[in-house]
Write a protein that binds this ligand. Sequence first.
Ligand code: IMP
Ligand code: MG
Length: 303
Amino acid sequence: MTACLARPGRRRAHRRPCSLGRRGTGPKHRGAASSGSPQLAGRRPPSAGEQRRAQPGPRPGPAPPQPLGRARRKMAGQGGSGAEARSGGGRGVVISDNWPGYSLDLFTYPQHYYGDLEYVLIPHGIIVDRTERLAKDIMQDIGDNDIVVLCVLKGGYKFCADLVEHIKNLSRNSERFISMKVDFVRLKSYHNDQSMQDMQIMGGDDLSKLTGKNVLIVEDIVGTGRTMKVLLNNIEKCKPKMIKVASLLVKRTSRPDGYRPDYYGFEIPDLFVVGYALDYNEHFRDLNHICVINDHGKAKYRV
Ligand code: IMP
Ligand code: MG
């Protein structure tokens, strides 16, 4: 992942495995970019709003750019032991608040979204590569079990399909295997970009079929965590043998009681994102990359 920068704990209270984020406003950033640093190449110039966001706040400040080799070693060795690096929770790729993203001009995306997006937050290829690693982590933790994969629709369908595919490939090519059934549940909790008080649970099989089963819930994004807590409460009533949650994204919100899934791909800033099946009022599911929607896009598709 060429854009991946390690953020060792030099100026941080806690260690992070890998960060896409760098402060993109200062002369250091420009110097590094112009010197051809692979980590910074191709990033779009920061907007005025981002420059404001990048002002020093409660979050720890930036560390100097790192050679990619060091970043890779940091990722591989995070936590010091293979066992720790395996177990998913709390060890996703961290995208910092200052990460300016990639210019849309560097990628292809549907013409009907031209003018509606701010920038690419996570390119499709990186999503797929990270998902492959999550599949490996899941295999190592719960391999040799029968599981029911419960895909949370609609936003989770792309991540779930890719994750299941990777697990199948790993199962086929190793001594360990996971026998999977896939089921679906549909939840609706957002209107425009606002979380609604009443969450609707629709569709899917009767949840009572999960009694005594090993359940892997697959979700697109955990924001406030409210949706996942409601779903978990409902599933726990059915007394499954085990429940694990895999979410592609976790949003960094200010809520201290924020729910953390067992496995997640990326921790992202508190932004409304679309693409890779994540929607804004049903639009943008057909966009491959995870992007930040702009005000024009929000206004255009507001209901
Ligand atoms: P939560 O209840 O705030 O954790 O929100 C979880 C659900 O809201 C997710 O399953 C998504 O369907 C939706 N959601 C939250 N944030 C976003 C976003 O940035 N883009 C698209 N959907 C989102
Ligand atoms: Mg969802």
